[in-house]
Ligand binder design. Structure first.
Ligand code: GDP
Ligand code: IMO
Ligand code: MG
Length: 429
């Protein structure tokens, strides 16, 4: 299995990091291929909890080369804070590679993110305010600054100064506040000096590694339904988390990929705005009793922004679509243990619209906002899944849910999450 892609199948926070950590044991390189520090990836090892935003989740293993691929937008202050925290906890980041083609995030991107959200008012996307959208917009406008540019310090400083002045003019015209240009130049001159040793031609390095027999894991952030093309536009992020994005964002080709693992939570969560058919909310828009139970038991608060996540039942219409657009070979079903105390568990199998059944996932958010979920109701298992080490250890009612998912979406569930810790997982042979 030389190249494996791990991709979120819902709206993020499915537990990708835990599965990546698990799969990292058998891989030599773990490559982030899109997104930036809008991601919050949590790995729990014994009493230690690691919250990662930019550094690939394979970093905890000494044999793994963590790579920030060309498709990522990199916030250098965050990256160094993360590296310092990891190193202070005994995790070496010396092997980290940052693609020379990756675009950098600057303070004006965050300022534009906040201004744009402010202008949208009640219609805001609910972004993480990390400057992700504006950084990708600059990349598309061909005015972005790439990591490789730090290698010529003098030119880099001039470019940052020029771009900062240009962006100040735009920020002020939009009603924002001008940034301190020379403070930014000084800060990024120092950061450029520090990042330079990590900057590499990761595309050729990964191909060389592959030719030498390496096993490479491509780590998706965000998820299929936050994808800028396939998600619930405009309530999406500004990159392509889908498996196809793993090629563009790493430089490996489609024929290099041998395995695509979709991560699905046993229920659904979403942070920020946008349609959510199976959401468990009352008429007041607040979580209902079961929705609140999922928040409390599943600790559904964002790691990056601390926002409460919206919660709802598992949606197999979404999952079937995720199988299609990502060519999933399998699914890892995480956080099944969160449902341990539920009397019954619902799973959405279809969408009804204006009296008829919809074929396929709607292509427009306006339509998605109107669908009515059709549910299958399964009995709960009312017992703890913790400690299960084989699929046959799971209670029959939990196995029934897993089998319903497999039958409905057409690919096997190869892993089942039974708790937050590294080994709280049942892997099916
Ligand atoms: P990611 O963004 O997809 O990597 O997911 P996050 O790390 O943001 O959120 C997943 C949360 O669920 C983290 O706090 C994980 O420690 C936790 N988690 C992952 N898998 C499981 C599981 O199977 N059971 C439970 N109870 N928690 C899990
Ligand atoms: P991980 O990798 C959940 C959401 C934001 C917002 C939308 C756009 O941890 O699964 P952005 O700042 O990207 O422009 O925000 O996307 N969002 C996430 N939601 N998990 C994430 O990452 C997310 N990254 C962005 O809440 O709705
Ligand atoms: Mg997350």
């Amino acid at each position: 299995m030389p190249v494996t892609v791990v991709v979120g199948t819902q709206w993020g926070d499915e537990g990708k990091a835990k599965v990546i950590d698990l799969l990292s044991r058998d891989h030599s390189h773990v490559v982030r291929y899109q997104g930036g520090h809008n991601a919050g990836h949590t790995v729990v090892v014994g009493d230690e909890k690691y919250a990662l935003q930019l550094v690939p989740s394979g970093v905890l293993y000494g044999h793994v080369t963590p790579v920030i691929g060309n498709g990522v937008v990199v916030d250098l202050p965050t990256l160094f804070r993360e590296v310092e925290t990891l190193e202070s906890r005994g995790v070496s980041c010396a092997r980290l590679r940052v693609s020379s083609r990756a675009h950098l995030i600057f303070p004006w991107h965050q300022a534009h993110d906040a201004l744009a959200e402010g202008k949208r008012g009640a219609d805001k996307i609910g972004t993480t305010l990390k400057g992700i959208g504006p950084a990708y917009a600059d990349k598309a406008r061909r005015v972005g600054i790439r990591a490789g540019e730090v290698l010529d310090a003098a030119v880099f400083a001039d470019t940052v100064r020029r771009r900062a002045n240009e962006e100040n003019a735009t920020l002020v015209a939009l009603g924002g506040t001008a940034l301190d240009v020379e403070a930014i130049v000084a800060q990024f001159t120092d950061l450029a000096h520090r990042i330079a040793p990590y900057v590499a031609d990761t595309v050729n390095e990964l191909h060389d590694a592959l030719e030498g027999g390496a096993d490479i894991l491509l780590e998706g952030a965000q998820a299929t339904f936050l994808d800028i093309d396939h998600g619930t536009y405009p309530y999406v992020t500004s990159s392509n988390p889908v498996a196809g994005g793993a090629c563009a964002g790493s430089g490996l080709g489609p024929r290099d990929i041998t395995r695509v693992v979709g991560i699905a939570k046993a229920y659904t969560t979403r942070v920020g705005s946008g349609p959510f058919p199976t959401e468990l909310v009352g008429a007041d828009g607040e979580p209902d009793t079961l929705g609140q139970a999922l928040i409390d038991i599943g600790h559904e608060y964002g790691t990056v922004t601390g926002r409460r996540r919206r919660t709802g039942w598992l949606d197999l219409v979404m999952l079937r679509h995720a199988v299609r657009v990502n060519s999933l070979t399998e699914i890892a079903l995480t956080k099944l243990d969160v449902l341990d105390t539920f009397d019954e568990v619902k799973v959405c199998t279809d969408y009804r619209l204006e009296g008829g059944m919809l074929r396929g996932y709607p292509d427009r958010s306006e339509v998605l906002a109107q669908v009515e979920p059709v549910y299958a109701t399964l009995p709960g298992w009312k017992t703890s899944l913790r400690g299960a080490s084989a699929f046959s250890d799971l209670p029959p009612n939990a196995r029934q849910l897993v089998e319903l998912v497999e039958k409905n979406v057409g690919v096997p569930v190869t892993m089942v999450g039974t708790g937050p810790e590294r080994d709280d997982c049942v892997v099916r042979g």
